[in-house]
Design a protein around this ligand. Structure first.
Ligand code: THU
Length: 130
């Protein structure tokens, strides 16, 4: 399967999720143009608005390492560390993807063994851009 390694890294990242308030544990992994993978997990805060999603942590890690070509992101998550429900990215994460990724950026979602892939343009068809 095309994104097997990426999904596996998202599952590894999910294990590091810090989500004591929601118990909703999310892991993400971004594939960059040079074939590297960058992981992220959600990091919650007692001041709830300071929480950051797994997708944005993964994208931030790639950007901070100098990567600008982002090809795909795999996301796994749900209630509990071993949850396997489909975790659709929130609007803020889609907006961050919209800033840094093109329309063909692929969003790979998992539910157990089932995998669904969307283009960014499908999940955010009308994007805000300056
Ligand atoms: N969360 C993510 O990590 N990614 C999303 O796209 C949606 C939500 C996290 C944030 C919070 O820690 C928990 O899931 C419940 O909202």
């Amino acid at each position: 399967m095309k994104y097997e390694a990426l999904i596996n890294e998202a599952r590894v990242a999910q294990k590091s999720s810090y989500a004591p308030y929601s118990s909703f544990n999310v892991g993400a992994a971004v594939l960059t143009g040079d074939g590297q993978i960058y992981k992220g997990c959600n990091i919650e805060n007692s001041s709830y608005g300071a929480t950051i999603c797994a997708e944005r942590v993964a994208i931030g890690n790639a950007i901070c390492d100098g990567k600008r070509e982002l090809l795909a992101i795999a996301i796994v998550g749900g209630e509990g560390f071993s949850s396997d429900k489909m975790a659709i990215p929130c609007g803020s994460c889609l907006q961050v993807m919209s800033e840094l990724c093109d329309d063909n950026f692929e969003i790979v979602l998992c539910e157990g063994e089932k995998i669904k892939t969307f283009k960014l343009s499908e999940l955010l068809p009308h994007r805000f851009k300056l």
